[in-house]
Structures are given as structure tokens and as C-alpha cells.
Design a protein around this ligand. Structure first.
Ligand code: ZN
Length: 625
């Protein structure tokens, strides 16, 4: 091939690649030009510790190997940084964490005991949303060799650069169509196709088990989980916060809203960023009907933190803002949080101690938007919302929005939103699910039978304290009988979610003398993780092990009786009990299908004998009152 043709071919291939990789970028809503003071944080090209993202002008992000090699080199060169593995993924990759501290002893035991407040921040739980990794690398570099060492004078810092390590290497230019950079992004779910930010209650994954181990062993005072949104357009480039009024840690919530948010927003604004609260379009499309913030339940990092009385912040950078802007905003957020902890960390520690000491007599297992009972619901599983035009009056918020028009689609013949890229500020309703529902009275404790091995294992990993029976013990407990249950389905087709078939049920209580075998455990609710234990063990809770399907075997009846035995037995039962006869006649009169179903009738009589399977539909965990 002549040289000119080779060059033409090379140019053609090069251009095709650009077209392909920017295919999604070119159809994104208009880009708003941004410059801010935080740009001065970017290392000069001759800086020996320039990060890969900085070197590329924030076009690309380094892969796992390049990231970890760079951090290892940095940690080897600095006495302030130590890199450790906190666990391995299913594909065998180490999940690394960097300990940044000026203390001599940096073991987990020592840092847990240390008077200094400890920040734990993690990036890449959804590895395509990787802003936190590149921000953290810059910040660690500036702590080690820049002018940011003083951040560690009074605070210790733990940083996980990539949590979903396998998914980070499942990288492509086609993973996140709604996001402006980096050029290639990791995948949302881990190698098992499980979403790590739905795994905090059921803890099926090694990644989340590793993080919870860190939380238990190091006892951070603040936990930060860094994401990037999808969804509607607005001016804010960085949105973050705790879970707000809904939740189980009232002192922590106040601190996050009235101390942290105010302090950090000021720093972000001074650096040219536009911080905002967590945003979800109420109608799933635009903000014409307002914003909606819900309590997702302990399957999510922020709700999980709140439930175990650990200040937890969810960070959602805005996917339509350029990568550079997002990384720099995250840097400021991390730096500002470390600064605040130096002055206010002791107060947060004290507040946390108080929240951990609370033993609320009745706690809700769910939350709804007040005033709008049964008219607005939100299913965190499907993210489907049911709205009602007559909904009650919520709070309002001053929204830094982006102008939009509703257009008619020639493709679907329906309306869709087009974002115009122009700032539009307006006041909109701000819905929050702050009203507790389905309250549960706090028992003294729970008895979990030895047979529930998967559940006991998980409760231990959460750090819930328990007494393990060495000998069998008979105790009087309250137990739930499931009276009605439905396996989660989608239009009557059973649909697994995160590898589980979920179930919801109604219950009635029975007081029973129950024998618990050796190996069974007793869990007192008089402990800091008592609230967490309740939401994991009460069937009414959407994130309980019952709801996640760990007790499906109770839905199967064992043993049966032959009709030739049941016939004379039923006849005898009717002769001996006029009350039973009355109940039987009434049931036949009320239920024609029953009256004409021999099997149903004999099963009905069978269920009233002592031969019937007593464990059928009996939730095996006992409540000690
Ligand atoms: Zn995410």
C-alpha cells in the first residue's frame, strides 16, 4: 500500500475511533463552560508527582494497575502514607486502602483508640463514577509533597481509591452514556453483576464485607461514599449530604446539615463550584414538580451509616459536568471535610456517642412523605414513583436549575424533556419522606436459631454483638406467623433482584416456649447496633433478611396426611366440638370454592390437629420482650 494510502487509512481509523468514543458525548445536553479557583490545584506538567488524570488534562483516568502502582510509589516515598489491602475481590484483585496519618502507631486498634477524628472516604463503589479516585490521588500527593500536610495535624484519613475493583477493569467508552468523561469508565455492578450500593444490609459481596470490616475495626467518625449522578440537569456540579430528617441518628443529622454542609458549601463556592443538596426529580424527568429525597433503607451506604449511628455522606457529582470540574470539586469537598474535622471532629464524636446510646422504644421500619398518605409512594427497588396531583404541600427549595422544554417525540409519540443549557432559577416543592411508618416495638433481644447460619454469619460481619448458646435453651418468646405473603414480581412474573427473590408478608404474633439448639444466638437490642439488628431481623423491614429471601424454606409445608385417615378424624372432631362445627358451616357458607374442594376441607381440618406442621409459615426468630 502506498504511503499516502496508509496515512489516509490511519486517519480514517483514528477519526472513526474519535466518533465512536464521543458518540454519547455529542448528544449530551449543552456544556456550560466552567473555570474556578480550584484549577490552581492541578499539578504543573513538570511536577514529578503529577497524576495520570492531570497529565491527560482530565480526559482519561488510569486503570487499576497504573493507579495502584502510582499510589504505592507515593506511599513508599512518604512517611505519612501507608497502603494496605483490606480484602480481595472475587477475581482476586486487592482492594487497597491508604492510611494517611502523622501518628506513629497506625494499626486499626491504635487509630480506633486515637483521640483524633477519623475520616473514611471511598471512591468507585460504582466504578464508572470514579471522580473520587483521581481527586483523592491529588489530595494525597499534596498531603505528602505539597502544602497540605497540616490537614493531618489533628485528623486521620482513610481512603479507598477503588472499591469495585473488578468492575473498574470492565472499562469502556460505552458504559455511561449520560456522563461527560473520563473517556473510558468502569461498570456499575461488580464481577458477580451485583450492585454494591444495594448490598449494605444483605452483604453478599466481598467488597462491602471488606468495607464493613474497616468500619468496625477503625471506627471512623465520618464515612463518605463518592458517586456521580445520572438523571436531570441542573446548575449544581456537586451535590451531597446525609439522609436528612428521615432516619435514626438525630444528632448526627443536625451536625451534617447545620455544621458540615454549611462549612463545606462555603469552601466549594469560594473555589468556583456550585454545591447543592441531593437531587431527584419528583416526576423522574425534570423539576417542574419538585425535588424528592427518600430514605432508601440500609441496603444503601448512607442509610446504613445512619442506622448504625455513623455520620455518612453520599456524594453525587453531576454527570453532565466535565470530568475536570467534578474531580476538583471532590478534592475541595475532601479537603474541606478534613479541615472541619480538625475543629469540629470532637463535637461530632460526642454527638455520635449520644446517638449510639439512644434506645428508642418504637422505631419505624419505613418512611413516607408526610401529609400524602398512600398517595405518593416510592419503590427504592424499581425507583418507580406513584404521584398524585392532589399531594399535600411540601417544603419548598430555591432551585438552581437549567431551562428545559417538553417536546413531542416522533419516535415514541410521547413527551420528552430537552435541556437547553441555560441557567434558570426558581422555587420548587421539596418532598422528603420524613414520616416514619410500620413502627416496631423494641424487644429486649432476638433469638436466632442455629439453623439460620447465613443470617448469623452476616450479623457477625455487621459487628452486632451476640451471645452464642453452648447448651440448648428453652425460652419464652414472641414469634411471627406469616399470614399472607407475596413474592416480588413484575407483572406476575417472578423477578430476581440482586440475586434474590424478595418477599413481603403480613404477620400475627404467637407467644411460644421455644427450644433453641446449641449454636443459636441471642442478640440484645441494648447495644449501639440494636437499631440495625431490628431492621435486619423484623420481617416488616424491606431490608430484613426475611424480605431478602433468607427464610424461604418456611414457605414449604412438611409431612402430610392420607384422606382415609383424615376422613374419620374430621368426623370425630365435628362430633366432639360444636364450636368447630359452627365454624366449619360458616366457612362453607362464606366460601363456595372451599365448600366444593375436598382437599381444601381436609387440609383445613388437618391444620386444626396436632399433627399439622407447626413450623409452617413460622418465622424462626424469637423476640424476647
Ligand atoms: Zn453511583
Amino acid at each position: 500500500m502506498p504511503n499516502t494510502n496508509k496515512i489516509r487509512l490511519a486517519i480514517y481509523i483514528f477519526c472513526s475511533l474519535i466518533v465512536l468514543s464521543s458518540a454519547a458525548q455529542s448528544i449530551l445536553p449543552p456544556l456550560i463552560e466552567w473555570h474556578g479557583k480550584s484549577e490552581s490545584l492541578i499539578a504543573k506538567t513538570n511536577d514529578p508527582w503529577i497524576t495520570a488524570a492531570e497529565k491527560s488534562g482530565f480526559v482519561t483516568t488510569p486503570d487499576y494497575k497504573e493507579t495502584m502502582n502510582w499510589i504505592k510509589k507515593l506511599a513508599d516515598a512518604s512517611p505519612l502514607l501507608t497502603m494496605i489491602s483490606i480484602g480481595k475481590s472475587v477475581e482476586g484483585r486487592d482492594i487497597f486502602m491508604i492510611i494517611a496519618s502523622t501518628e506513629k502507631n497506625i494499626t486499626a486498634v491504635a487509630l480506633k483508640k486515637s483521640a483524633r477524628p477519623l475520616l473514611l472516604a471511598q471512591a468507585g463503589i460504582h466504578s464508572g463514577e470514579i471522580d473520587g479516585k483521581d481527586a483523592g490521588m491529588m489530595l494525597l500527593r499534596d498531603i505528602a509533597f505539597g502544602n497540605k500536610k497540616s490537614l493531618l495535624d489533628k485528623v486521620n484519613f482513610l481512603f479507598i481509591p477503588i472499591l469495585s475493583v473488578d468492575a473498574h477493569e470492565h472499562s469502556s467508552a460505552y458504559n455511561r452514556p449520560n456522563q461527560r468523561g473520563p473517556q473510558k469508565q468502569g461498570w456499575r455492578t461488580n464481577a458477580q453483576n451485583l450492585n454494591l450500593n444495594r448490598d449494605y444490609a444483605k452483604i453478599d459481596t466481598k467488597e462491602i464485607r471488606s468495607v464493613i470490616k474497616v468500619i468496625n475495626e477503625y471506627d471512623p467518625v465520618l464515612y463518605m461514599d463518592i458517586h456521580v449522578t445520572d438523571g436531570a440537569d441542573y446548575q449544581y456540579d456537586i451535590t451531597y449530604g446525609g439522609i436528612g430528617k428521615q432516619g435514626y441518628s438525630h444528632g448526627i443529622r443536625e451536625w451534617l446539615e447545620h455544621t458540615h454542609k454549611i462549612f463545606v458549601d462555603k469552601d466549594l463556592t469560594a473555589n468556583g463550584h456550585i454545591p447543592g443538596p441531593l437531587m431527584n426529580a419528583f416526576n423522574d424527568r425534570d423539576f417542574s414538580q419538585g425535588n424528592l429525597v427518600t430514605f432508601g433503607g440500609p441496603r444503601f451506604s448512607d442509610s446504613y451509616g445512619d442506622l448504625r449511628h455513623l455520620a455518612a455522606i453520599l456524594v453525587e457529582n453531576h454527570s453532565l459536568k466535565p470530568y475536570k470540574q467534578r474531580v476538583l470539586g471532590t478534592y475541595i469537598l475532601l479537603e474541606s471535610t478534613l479541615k472541619l474535622l480538625a475543629t469540629s471532629g470532637q463535637t461530632l464524636k460526642e454527638i455520635t456517642r449520644k446517638d449510639k446510646a439512644e434506645r428508642i422504644a418504637k422505631i419505624p421500619t419505613g418512611w413516607k412523605i408526610p401529609q400524602i398518605q398512600n398517595e405518593v409512594s416510592f419503590d427504592s427497588r424499581t425507583a418507580k414513583k406513584e404521584t398524585d396531583a392532589n399531594a399535600g404541600v411540601p417544603d419548598s427549595m430555591y432551585l438552581l436549575g437549567i431551562a428545559a422544554v417538553i417536546r413531542r417525540s416522533p419516535v415514541t409519540n410521547s413527551d420528552y424533556v430537552e435541556w437547553l443549557g441555560k441557567p434558570e432559577t426558581k422555587t420548587v416543592p421539596d418532598y422528603k419522606s420524613t414520616q416514619g411508618i410500620d413502627f416496631i416495638t423494641r424487644p429486649k433481644g432476638y433469638w436466632v436459631p442455629a439453623s439460620s447460619i447465613d443470617v448469623i454469619e452476616r450479623l457477625k460481619i455487621h459487628g452486632i454483638k451476640m451471645e452464642i448458646l453452648k447448651e440448648p435453651r428453652e425460652v419464652t418468646v414472641e414469634m411471627y406467623r406469616i399470614t399472607d405473603h407475596v413474592f416480588e414480581d413484575d407483572n406476575h412474573i417472578l423477578q430476581p433482584f440482586e440475586g434474590h427473590i424478595q418477599v413481603t408478608g403480613t404477620t400475627k404474633t404467637e407467644t411460644r416456649k421455644q427450644l433453641f439448639a446449641a449454636g443459636s444466638v441471642y442478640i440484645s437490642t441494648d447495644q449501639p447496633l440494636g437499631d440495625l439488628a431490628m431492621l435486619l431481623l423484623e420481617p416488616a423491614s424491606k431490608d430484613s433478611y426475611f424480605s431478602w429471601g433468607f427464610f424461604h424454606s418456611i414457605f414449604q409445608r412438611t409431612e402430610y396426611i392420607e384422606a382415609y385417615i383424615m376422613e374419620p378424624m374430621a368426623k370425630k372432631m365435628l362430633e366432639e366440638s360444636p364450636a368447630l362445627r359452627k365454624e366449619f358451616e360458616e366457612k362453607k357458607a362464606a366460601d363456595k370454592a372451599f365448600a366444593n374442594d375436598q382437599n381444601a376441607i381436609l387440609t383445613w381440618f388437618y391444620s386444626k390437629t396436632k399433627f399439622y406442621d407447626d413450623r409452617y409459615l413460622l418465622y424462626p426468630i424469637g423476640r424476647e420482650l
